[in-house]
Design a protein around this ligand. Sequence first.
Ligand SMILES: Nc1nc2c(ncn2[C@@H]2O[C@H](COP(=O)(O)OP(=O)(O)OP(=O)(O)O)[C@@H](O)[C@H]2O)c(=O)[nH]1
Ligand SMILES: [Mg+2]
Length: 845
Amino acid sequence: MNTVLIGTEAVDLLSRITGQKLSQRDITPPVVFLATLVTILSGVIYVDGVVTNEEKQRLHSTLNRFSLANSSLGQLTQLMLKGVAKEQIYKKLGELTPLIALLSPSQRLLLVGFGYEMSAADGDIDIREQKYLQIVANRLEIAPRHLAVIEASFSGQGDFEKEALAEVQSLLDSARFHDLDAVFIKAASDLVAVLPTIVEPTVTQKQNFSTYEQLAEFQKHRQQIDGLCFEIYKIVKDCADSDFLPSTLEKEVKTISNKLQSQRFRVAVIGEFSQGKSTLLNALLGQEIQPVRAVPCSGTITILRYGKQKRIICRYKDGREEEISHEEYKDKASISKQAALDGLSEELRSSEIDEIIFESPDLSLCQNGVEILDSPGLNEHPQRTAITQKLLKETDAAIFLTNAMRLLPEKEKDLLRDVKSQLVDGQENEPADNLFILVNFMDLLDDEEDKIDIKQRLNSFINGKNLLIKGEKRIHYISAKAALKSHLNGTEDEYLQAFHNFTNHLEQFLISEQGDIKINDATRNIHKSIESCVNGLDRAVEILEGKLKISEQEKQQILEQIGEVSGRDVKIRLLVNTLLDNVYEQANASWQEWLEGLDERLVKRSEQWSSPHSPIWSRNELAKDYARQFNQDLSTELDLWINNQLKESVLKESLEILDNVIQQELQAIQSNFQNISYLLNKDSINMQFLQESQVNFSSEATKGFWGGFGVLGFGAAILPVILFTGPIMAIILGMGAGTWGMIGITALEESIKNNVFQMGGEQFANSLDDILEKINQVINSLFIERLESVSQVIEQTILISENLLEQQNNVHQATLEQRNVEKIWIEQKRKELKKLQLELKKTIG
Ligand SMILES: Nc1nc2c(ncn2[C@@H]2O[C@H](COP(=O)(O)OP(=O)(O)OP(=O)(O)O)[C@@H](O)[C@H]2O)c(=O)[nH]1
Ligand SMILES: [Mg+2]
């Protein structure tokens, strides 16, 4: 609805109908729609001059259906019913003109549809009621051919054109009623269900949906390399088992092989409610797997992936896991219908489910190594930041869905920016290269001009200073629903084509910009490992031939060094303990200091709160808006503390001390071993990890220096979500639509604001311990992760040294004959490795 059109006439009329002194801000689309609906339905009841009890009952039960779930709307309905009857507006339809002017053609058709629905509720349509509805339809400028469809649907009589039915279905598509309350959207989709169905041509031969050939080709290639890698691993393992190579090399190759084997693409689908995310997933899979609904539907993250058998696993937030049936899945993956109509924050928050994993052997996209994530609508989700972080973690591509009927309103733009920001780790000047933007619902744009307009608007947003996306073909205009339907019906049309165009680009992107890089990384690492192995084997031969010998004195030195290295590990551990004790103490003191002035700072911030919602009948929305702003303020404050106090004053110095000590110790280990023996140092390839590991522990510039605190929006992710529920909500709703006049709108708004503030403060205070606990966990992991990396390096050093001593020992005990046999065996393994290395080079091309 174009609210700019709301003139004084509309405000005056609605003030008369509701008996309240309203302002332009109170005239929201649901209010206009409801006033017109109440008038039309009252007209149907009053048309014959007498109102029977049964008719009254029918009117109330019809209206109840729309307003039960929302008490503000319910109260408003009562006011309107009284006003409409008193002023007899239903008789003077001309007076409705200022309201009708605000309604879209779809809303007008829906109103008439509801009128017929009520009229037909008792079995048949009274002739006078029908006449009245025809006059209404005329007023609302409904095309006669569309009216014929509605009449025939409810009376079961009369003819209509097939094209007209398709037009009516499209006009009543629930996606067109996004600015109305969810109850109307749900009612619209129920109404469409009553319309006759269009008989689709029977499918003779179902076409194959995208076979994802490029991905299949890529997977073949990956498997070949993976096979070679496994062969290499087996050889290295043999050599390590016989002590000719240190076991560290075996582990190294195993890690690369495992990584290659489990390589898959992760694609996340993201967007606000009802943007067609689940429908898109179904279209990508060519099957109707995900539950889809006109009102909010998906309640949890679902991961669809390949599995040898069909099974569905539900993971709970407390760590439990269970296999569930398909029926349970449909239920658990969805929000309840009632919650969808009521506003769902509470249900989403209280959900115990963390994620659901759907495994199947016959989803063509997943067979080709793609794991695809469906997500709940993120606009209202109380844990939005935590969920986006989870969705975008290790994602290869993110698909953001928006709606052609209401392209990127401000809040959705914020979500999009947020997603992009997370994809590029907060580097504001970097556009994301793995972000796809899909404009869905293109089937609902009736005009070519609208289509051009949408494209221009999106382009100007993207090409503005937003630095959102980078790369070829990242924007697509599609209809997920129409594409899936065409596919299932076996028909080719523009929607299926546009969809295939998108999947082609997605495939190309995954392979050439993600897959190839991963494969190249893996092969580079395998080559490096092979080099190390070949060097190690050469050395083993030299030892067998007696060309390389460790003197007794060197042996002693090595043993001493092994002892000393273990000592260094202990020393670092002790340092970590002392540093951590210190850090906890300082962090707690700083936290207390931050808490002291927090109340005042939040009060100051709350002066900036604002909301477009009416404090009269959109209190629920208004309170939610304020609760959102309270959360936002709190997370901004928390982030400020983390960045300015915790990181800079508390953590930085200690982490630098630790990193320096680690660096010194590693250098000392390296130079000591260098001094001991030419053997250990030979080709130094086995000890290269020592140098590499030092790079990891240097300066703040290194990725990971801040660990968990480096994650964007950390504050928002760990905060409790302040929800406006329970007793305070009841008090606000209980104020009654009529009582506001006594305290005045401004005072009403202030009182809602205060309540939100107070309730938010209480909820926050109750979760202080939890928050501190989470912060302490991250602090702990910053130190422990460093400690673990050092321990690993130290363990590696010891293993290599021990292997060397072992080899020397073995040579002493072996006979000449045995040594010769061993030499031949090593030569053979060396050859095999070289051969595999060559094959690998050829496969990569
Ligand atoms: N006309 C039309 N309807 C669509 C299209 N895509 C989805 N829909 C409909 O829009 C409604 C919402 O679709 P869903 O796929 O459930 O949307 P969602 O984004 O998964 O919604 P949530 O899970 O609630 O966040 C359903 O009624 C779909 O049939 C489209 O391209 N055109
Ligand atoms: Mg969904």
